[in-house]
Structure formats: structure tokens, C-alpha cells
Design a binder for this molecule. Structure first.
Ligand SMILES: Cc1cc2nc3c(=O)[nH]c(=O)nc-3n(C[C@H](O)[C@H](O)[C@H](O)COP(=O)(O)OP(=O)(O)OC[C@H]3O[C@@H](n4cnc5c(N)ncnc54)[C@H](O)[C@@H]3O)c2cc1C
Length: 480
């Protein structure tokens, strides 16, 4: 009797989300015979963009208890950390991001090295996926930068975050200036900055905090200007022990931003009366943020993005207290000089860059000059502007549709991509930041590991029903 063909699953992107999916796929008995490919161009798979950084001053933004790779084993990372040299004098409250990268790589390596007891073996391709073309049966042919190709029955995009878009236009000549740093995470970018050279950062979020700490660590002496629209630094984490009871039931019927804010503020005042600040009030809603977002019509989501997203960014995405204290001290010393306004124009002038900043409330323009300008405005999320060959190819073919708010990709509840013809793909899936249109908060470890676990179960179920032929490629649209 001929052996039935093995289902083929391909994960593009071997950062946190790709790793979380790989470990979950390996737990699925129904996928025992599946051929699983992981495509990741970094020399070490697992850490991805956030946790590849080797600098010890780059800390995790959350405590170890929130960082397990496995949603059903919440203490997994904290226990692992206890056994590491970093915990010789007690586990750090906020470990280095590189330590977490090592954890992810170790967990993934056990699957890459040899098939597990359940029979799973995952093949890592140290390359970039450059194209995925739909075949007549509904499968996709993946093509790598190495020239290797294969047909896959399920293709999962776990592409992570893309470098920030240009912060000013329309003249983009400054992008080619040697003093302009479009991506603070690009290897060696900050090492090009001399200790006495003038620096201007655009943005004051977590990325700017990291860049300031890295410059300080490198012995940078010249003052650093920071230009930000609202001039807010990320809030510091409070004590891990503060808790407030979940009140989602009161918000479940709210379809406006104002309605949600009203109820939130009532609870904020109630918490204050108990001696608690806003942090635990916000944190108790964390599992429900996606539902609150999804309950808002598009106009309300747009309203939130216009008026509250920058406040949200600094309250929801917090700094370790030691980082917040360091920034406060650097600002008080005058080394960091914060300017509030929007960057409107950047132009090269010899070795320097001139940056025009417009104050938010008045029609005042100020010109700042610096030898280095570092863009810390956060990742590009808008898939209509992402120009990597894989994304562009899928988008041009109508298999990947950017959402109207510029947050990510249109998907159904399982992360299956919605095509330009309005139908949900049975082959293409995504997880991670690309699913922000559905959840808004689709950024951090707790959300991503959950998405990975659910998607692995979903793929296992589909494979279990698999007839041995490729899925037909599309099925009628369900919830998006
Ligand atoms: C600097 C930084 C710090 C962060 N700190 C924290 C934190 O402390 N706690 C927390 O919970 N969250 C943190 N986050 C949020 C972070 O986004 C998630 O925790 C998580 O790392 C995202 O995982 P990901 O797999 O989606 O993206 P990534 O880990 O970036 O992985 C995506 C991978 O896809 C690969 N890729 C892209 N295109 C292709 C292609 N065409 N072919 C093959 N491979 C491709 C990339 O090389 C990359 O490695 C941080 C984010 C950043 C940027």
C-alpha cells in the first residue's frame, strides 16, 4: 500500500512567535508525521528581534512570571532563570533580554536537534523566505533566498515587527545621510556614534529608553535631545503584588471609547480610595483587551488611535523601575533634553542633520541640529507599506490584505488570512503583531504564546481531518 503523503507546515519567522508555534506543534500527536519547516535568517533561531540584543543594559520589560513560553506552565521561564548563572545572587526582577533569547533558543533547539518522543522533527532553514506562490491545488510554493523551494499545505507568517517608517517627508534624501539611523535595532547602528557627537532621538517610548541607556553605557558624553509628540516617558512598573478585581463584565456591552473610559475611571477612583494606583486597574483587564477593542466599531477604533494611542503606549508598555529612575536622573542632570513637538522635516547639511520640529499646540517651528538622528518611533505596522518581497508578493496577488487602520493583516479568528476576494484562506495563517487589527494588543509574550497554542491545535485538527490531499485553498469567509 502506498504511504500517504505527509502534511507540510511551514513557519516563516523564527522569533518568539515562530518558536512558540513550533513548540506547540511538537506537542500535537496528530502532527506526528507532519513535515515542519521553520525559516529564520538570523544566525540563532528563537530570540528574534527583541531578544537577540546582546547588550546587558537591555532589560526585559516584564517580570519573569509573565514570560513562560508555555501558557499552561506559567512558571517555566522563572524556574529556568533560577538555574542560570544570572540568578547566582537571586533571580533578577527584570532579566536581560539576551538571557530570555537564550531560553527561547534552548527550548527550540531541543526540537531542531532530533525528533521528539512524539516523533516530531523540525527543520530550520537559515534563510529568508522571498516568495510564496499559490499552486493550483491550494498549497503554496515557498521560495527561499538560498534558491530552495518546496510546496507547503499550511504556511504561517510569524514575521514580527518591521523597522520604523521614515518620520518626516516628503523629501526623503536624509534617509541616505550617514548620520541618520532608521532602525535602532540594526546591528552596530549605535556603535557608529562617537562619545562627543550630538544626537537627537525621535520618540520617547521604550525604544528611546533603550537607546539612551545604551548610549550612557557606551560612555556617551554630549547631551542627547529627545523630540516627542507628547513628551511622556513609559510609566514604570509598580509592585508585583498589587491586584484589583477584574471588571470586564461591566464593559462587555460598551461600544464606545468614552463609555469604556467612564467605567475605567470609576474603578480608578475606587482603587485610589483603597490606596492602589491605576496600574492594577488596567492590568486586571489584560485578558479582555482584545474583546474590548473588537467591540468598538471602526470609527471608535480610529478615535482611540487618534486620541489615546500614545497615552496607551506609555501606560500599558512599561519600563522596569530601574530604567525609569535612570531616565529621570539623566533628564534631571540635563544630559537628556526633552522637546515636545512633531518632527516635520529632516535635511542633511554637511556632516549634520537639521530637524524641523513643530510644537503641537502652537504654530512654532524650531530647528535642531545633530550629527546623529535616531528614529525611535516604533515599528511599521501598516502592511500596505511593508515592502519585503514576501509580503509584497502575497499582497499584490490578493492573498494578504492590510486592514483599513494600518495595524496589520485582515484575518479570521484563527489567524487565517482573508483574501482580497473576501474569502478566508485554508492555507495561509499569521500570528503576532500582524493580528493587531483583531486584538489591538497582539505584541507581548502572553498574547503571542496563547495565539501559538490555539493555532497549533487548529492546525492539528485540520490535519487530523486531512484526506491526504492539499486543502482546497479557500473556504467561505467566517468571522474576521
Ligand atoms: C526591542 C523590543 C523589546 C521587547 N521587549 C519585550 C518584553 O520585554 N516583554 C514582552 O512581552 N514583549 C516584548 N517585546 C514585544 C515583542 O514584540 C514580542 O515579545 C515578541 O518578541 C515578538 O515576537 P515575533 O516572533 O512576533 O517577532 P520577532 O521575535 O521579531 O520574530 C520575527 C522573525 O521573523 C523573521 N522574518 C521576518 N521576515 C522573514 C522572512 N521573509 N523570512 C524568514 N524570516 C523572516 C525575522 O528575522 C525575525 O527573527 C519587545 C519588542 C521589541 C522590539
Amino acid at each position: 500500500m502506498p504511504t500517504p503523503p505527509r502534511p507540510v507546515i511551514t513557519i516563516v519567522g523564527g522569533g518568539f512567535a515562530g518558536t512558540a508555534l513550533a513548540v506547540q506543534l511538537a506537542r500535537q500527536p496528530a502532527l506526528k508525521n507532519a513535515e515542519i519547516h521553520l525559516v529564520e535568517p538570523r544566525p540563532v533561531p528563537g530570540p528574534g528581534l527583541a531578544y537577540t540584543a546582546r547588550r546587558p543594559e537591555y532589560l526585559l520589560n516584564v517580570r519573569p512570571a509573565a514570560l513562560s513560553l508555555y501558557p499552561d506552565q506559567p512558571a517555566h521561564f522563572a524556574d529556568w532563570l533560577q538555574a542560570q548563572p544570572e540568578a547566582a545572587h537571586g533571580a533578577p526582577d527584570f532579566a536581560a533580554r539576551a538571557t530570555y533569547g537564550r531560553y527561547l533558543n534552548q527550548e527550540l533547539s531541543t526540537l531542531l536537534a532530533a525528533p521528539t518522543a512524539a516523533g516530531h522533527g523540525i527543520r530550520w532553514h537559515n534563510a529568508t523566505a522571498e516568495a510564496a506562490e499559490k499552486q493550483s491545488g491550494g498549497s503554496y510554493r515557498v521560495q527561499l533566498s538560498t534558491g530552495e523551494t518546496w510546496a507547503t499545505d499550511y504556511l504561517v507568517l510569524a514575521l514580527g515587527n518591521f523597522a520604523p517608517p521614515p518620520p518626516a517627508g516628503p523629501d526623503l534624501a536624509y534617509l541616505a545621510h550617514p548620520g541618520y539611523h532608521p532602525d535602532p535595532w540594526a546591528a552596530g547602528s549605535l556603535r557608529r556614534i562617537g562619545p562627543d557627537e550630538s544626537v537627537l532621538l525621535i520618540g520617547s517610548g521604550l525604544t528611546a529608553v533603550d537607546v539612551l541607556l545604551a548610549l550612557r553605557h557606551d560612555g556617551h558624553r554630549a547631551p542627547v535631545a529627545v523630540v516627542a509628540r507628547h513628551g511622556r516617558w513609559p510609566a514604570a512598573h509598580g509592585p508585583a503584588t498589587a491586584h484589583y478585581p477584574n471588571f470586564y463584565a461591566e464593559l462587555a456591552a460598551e461600544t464606545t471609547v468614552a463609555g469604556v473610559l467612564h467605567i475605567f475611571n470609576q474603578h480608578r477612583r475606587a482603587a485610589a480610595a483603597q490606596g492602589l494606583d491605576w496600574r492594577p486597574v488596567l492590568d486586571c483587564l489584560r485578558p479582555d483587551l482584545g474583546r474590548i477593542w473588537a467591540n468598538w466599531p471602526l470609527a471608535e477604533q480610529r478615535r482611540f488611535l487618534r486620541h489615546l494611542s500614545s497615552l496607551w503606549a506609555v501606560t500599558r508598555h512599561r519600563s522596569p523601575p530601574e530604567n525609569a529612575a535612570a531616565i529621570a536622573a539623566l533628564t534631571a542632570s540635563g544630559w537628556v533634553q526633552l522637546h515636545i513637538g512633531r518632527v516635520r522635516e529632516i535635511e542633511g547639511e554637511g556632516d549634520e542633520l537639521r530637524v524641523r520640529v513643530k510644537a503641537c499646540t502652537e504654530a512654532i517651528n524650531a530647528w535642531h541640529t545633530a550629527q546623529h538622528v535616531v528614529c525611535c518611533t516604533g515599528p511599521l505596522l501598516d502592511y500596505s507599506r511593508i515592502a519585503t518581497p514576501l509580503v509584497q508578493g502575497l499582497r499584490d496577488a490578493g492573498h494578504l490584505v492590510p486592514d483599513p487602520l494600518g495595524l496589520g493583516i485582515l484575518t479570521d479568528a484563527h489567524g487565517a488570512l482573508l483574501g482580497a476576494d473576501g474569502r478566508v484562506s485554508a492555507t495561509l495563517f499569521t500570528l503576532g503583531a500582524s493580528r493587531r487589527p483583531a486584538y489591538f494588543e497582539s505584541t507581548a509574550v502572553p498574547e503571542l504564546r496563547q495565539q501559538a497554542a490555539v493555532l497549533a491545535q487548529e492546525l492539528a485538527q485540520r490535519v487530523a481531518q486531512w484526506s491526504g490531499e492539499s486543502p482546497e485553498g479557500v473556504r467561505p469567509a467566517t468571522a474576521v
